[in-house]
Design a protein around this ligand. Structure first.
Ligand SMILES: [Zn+2]
Length: 281
């Protein structure tokens, strides 16, 4: 029997959106999950990989947002390795990257990588891939927190999962892609699927346990209700009302900018406001 893999969590700075990537260390190699956003954070991720002294075998992507794929170039650093995601994640990243460039370049300057690397290997829903005797199985969720999401299970049981941003760990959340109905349905399905003692490795904070599902559902429902109850004849006031409601639900500042960027797109999705150009994360 091979030894159990070791999961190294790599958390980026607040400047890098507090995003996590993971290095899953097997006996003879390492599989990465996501890649962080900035040049600095993804270089540090690569350094941690190099310190393990084992080759990079593959990278798995949990969804289509740039804080998870932006660091791929520095992470793979010229290694020819498979970068795996479902077809929908490949397509959304390629489709939206030019828009993300326009939004993220002014926010992050040279920290948003000039050259981005995209996934190169397609996996189907439920497909299991094995690297150095460690297996990973993808769940193709379709639209959820992002336009296309793809959590991964580690090993044969369902006790260890890399969920991407299906759950945030008591940080403000991005809802700007507008798929909150799909996201809530996926939360119902995933929370019923995993055993109570599952360890959930997520995109921001964590790891968390099953209690996190209820908190996340409450966050989304509170947000949508706050948008719906706003007086959109005065958009500034309506926006401030949503931000206030969310700071009551979660009295913290972490990633508040992601939530604030989400208010107008969700109001537009609900038909309360004219649609604006698309937003980052
Ligand atoms: Zn994220």
């Amino acid at each position: 029997m091979p030894e159990r893999p070791i999961i190294h969590q790599h958390s980026s700075s607040a400047e890098g959106a507090l995003v996590n990537a993971y290095l899953v260390e097997a006996e003879n190699g390492v599989v990465a999950v996501d890649s962080t956003l900035t040049v600095t954070d993804s270089k540090m991720l690569r350094r941690r990989l190099d310190e393990l002294g084992k080759p990079l075998l593959a990278v798995l992507l949990t969804h289509s947002h740039p804080d998870h794929y932006g660091g791929l170039t520095e992470l793979v650093a010229g290694d020819h390795v498979p970068i795996l995601a479902p077809r929908g994640v490949h397509d959304v990243i390629r489709r939206d990257d030019p828009v993300k460039e326009e939004i993220l370049r002014p926010m992050f300057g040279d920290q948003w990588p000039r050259h981005r690397t995209f996934p190169n290997t397609v996996v189907d829903d439920g497909e299991t891939v094995v690297f150095d005797d460690v297996s990973f199985t993808v769940i193709d969720l379709g639209p959820s927190e992002s336009p296309h999401d793809s959590p991964w299970l580690l090993g044969e049981d369902e006790r260890t999962a890399f969920l991407g941003d299906q759950v945030y760990d008591h940080m403000h959340c991005f809802l700007g892609d507008g798929f909150f109905r799909e996201w809530l349905a996926n939360i119902d399905e995933l929370s019923a699927r995993f055993p109570a003692d599952a360890v959930l490795y997520i995109g921001h904070g964590g790891p968390v346990d099953a209690d996190a599902w209820d908190w996340q559902r409450g966050y989304i429902e509170t947000f949508v209700a706050a948008v719906e109850s706003g007086d959109w004849s005065d958009p500034e006031r309506a926006q401030a009302g949503v931000v206030g409601a969310m700071h009551s639900y979660l009295p913290a500042e972490e990633l508040s900018f992601l939530m604030e960027l989400s208010v107008e797109p969700v109001a537009a999705k609900l038909g309360l406001l004219e649609p604006a150009p698309s937003q980052p994360s």
